[in-house]
Design a protein around this ligand. Structure first.
Ligand code: ATP
Length: 242
């Protein structure tokens, strides 16, 4: 089987007071949407930050496109798109300029950057805002710009932390379609969410985290995902309390 685009093995990243990741195994394969769900504080953002080299693990390993961190070079990171934490944009630059800069930082030549930026602006329905300075955008449109920057260079690995944050219903649909399209084209996508119904619509796999551990999986086509989710979390809490 092909090497996953992301592989986490026995990953540990501990903060004080027992918080953090306590031995996580997880992979993302090319062509799949892999959703990560868990209660507030379960460790989803920490997992993503560690996977992206933003946090150094205490133990275990991260492989991005087959390269073990921290050995990944610029050519590896150019094949990754991510939105974790607040979307970044230079406040005084307009949307199109911000996106072109992001495309250039991902290694695209100027003409190609221009072409991709125009395409993603249309795809995410940002055309009315293309000439608006980032500082004047609404939270939802700023989020769309962050998603655009993560997707426009067609990365083979996409990592998005709660990307539906601040999106309106139209934005949620556009995001869903954009992710499905990219997965169908071969990208591996790791996405966290608190919206189980939304996740179930697009995910090929749903992994449940609790207290820094992977505690099970949900069947995307299953019924009553909410009940199954809470059952897994409760079972884990009880097992560790006993
Ligand atoms: N830099 C840090 N220093 C100390 N503790 C941290 C740090 N970052 C995260 N934590 C703790 O690690 C745990 C996991 O946090 P994390 O942000 O990964 O959870 P999450 O699943 O993304 O939560 P949410 O759904 O609320 O976004 C929490 O208890 C959090 O307080």
């Amino acid at each position: 089987m092909a090497e996953p685009v992301l592989r986490l093995a026995a990953l540990v990243r501990e903060f004080g007071g027992g918080a953090g990741l306590h031995g996580v195994d997880l992979d993302v394969r090319a062509g799949e949407v892999h959703a990560l769900v868990g209660l507030n504080g379960a460790g989803k953002t920490t997992l993503m930050r560690t996977a992206l080299g933003m946090l150094r693990p205490d133990a275990g390993e991260v492989r991005v496109h087959g390269t073990r961190l921290p050995a990944a070079t610029a050519s590896t990171w150019r094949r990754v798109g991510h939105l974790v934490d607040a979307p970044f944009a230079y406040p005084e630059l307009d949307v199109r300029t911000n996106l072109r800069l992001a495309a250039r930082l991902h290694g695209l030549a100027p003409d190609e950057a221009r072409r991709r930026t125009d395409a993603i602006v249309a795809e995410l329905e940002l055309t009315p805002y293309a000439s608006v300075r980032a500082r004047r955008l609404s939270a939802g449109n700023r989020q769309r710009v962050g998603i655009a920057a993560a997707l426009q260079h067609d990365p083979g690995l996409v990592v998005l932390d709660e990307p539906t944050n601040a999106l309106d219903p139209r934005g949620v649909i556009l995001l869903r379609e954009a992710l499905v399209r990219r997965a169908e084209a071969g990208a591996g996508i790791l996405v966290s969410s608190h919206h189980l119904d939304e996740v179930a619509r697009i995910a090929d796999r749903i992994t449940v985290m609790n207290d820094g551990r992977v505690v099970g999986a949900l069947e995307p086509g299953g019924t009553d995902l909410e009940r199954a989710f809470f059952a897994l979390v409760l079972a884990d809490d009880e097992e560790r309390a006993s």
